[in-house]
Write a protein that binds this ligand. Structure first.
Ligand SMILES: *[C@@H]1O[C@H](CO)[C@@H](O)[C@H](O)[C@H]1NC(C)=O
Ligand SMILES: *[C@@H]1O[C@H](CO)[C@@H](O)[C@H](O)[C@H]1NC(C)=O
Ligand SMILES: *[C@@H]1O[C@H](CO)[C@@H](O)[C@H](O)[C@H]1NC(C)=O
Ligand SMILES: *[C@@H]1O[C@H](CO)[C@@H](O)[C@H](O)[C@H]1NC(C)=O
Length: 133
């Protein structure tokens, strides 16, 4: 029994290895023809927005220019300041075609920040104010 399950695991691993070898051997060239990079502009917050840490706010972006086939539909929102994107994730694993997503404003030093909306690549919001500590 033990031997059987070991053999099954090895076989599964073997199949996985083949799969990754094949997918690496044939990179995106095929799917790139059908799929498009989509970097929607953030429409809220704007450059006059003021948020307080701990509040829930509805980040919104413009999906009107969305191509039919998007390369990566999974969205992620991060915070940025002075050209540095923090490794702090405010929201992730949502459909970028939603066009909006609620986030909780993190506790930060009061100042000027930007949001980064990641799909295929990152898009920055205008600079806005967060009142934290
Ligand atoms: C979108 O993808 C589908 C299925 O892969 C394909 O049939 C269609 O032609 C693509 N459309 C565009 C506009 O690329
Ligand atoms: C804020 O955005 C508005 C509208 O896009 C623009 O007219 C204005 O110049 C911006 N202000 C600053 C300080 O960037
Ligand atoms: C999103 O946030 C707003 C307040 O900004 C709240 O009224 C609404 O219920 C929230 N929606 C979800 C799905 O959490
Ligand atoms: C966020 O705002 C958009 C546009 O104003 C609205 O359609 C959507 O229902 C809002 N979502 C939440 C969760 O509040």
């Amino acid at each position: 029994m033990k031997y059987t399950s070991f053999a099954m695991n090895s076989f599964a691993f073997f199949l996985l290895t083949i799969f990754f070898t094949i997918s690496n051997a044939f990179p995106l060239s095929n799917s790139m023809n059908k799929r498009d990079v989509f970097v929607p502009p953030i429409t809220y917050p704007t450059n006059t927005t003021v948020w307080n840490s701990g509040e829930v706010h509805n980040v919104t972006w413009d999906i009107s220019q969305a191509p039919v086939n998007i390369t990566n539909k999974i969205g992620r929102i991060q915070l940025r300041q002075d050209d540095i994107t923090f490794p702090l994730v405010l929201a992730y694993d949502f459909d970028i075609l939603l066009g909006s997503y609620n986030i909780t404003v993190p506790l930060v030093i009061s100042g000027t920040y930007q949001l980064v909306l990641f799909g295929d690549s990152g898009n920055f919001s205008p600079e806005f104010t967060i009142n934290g500590v």
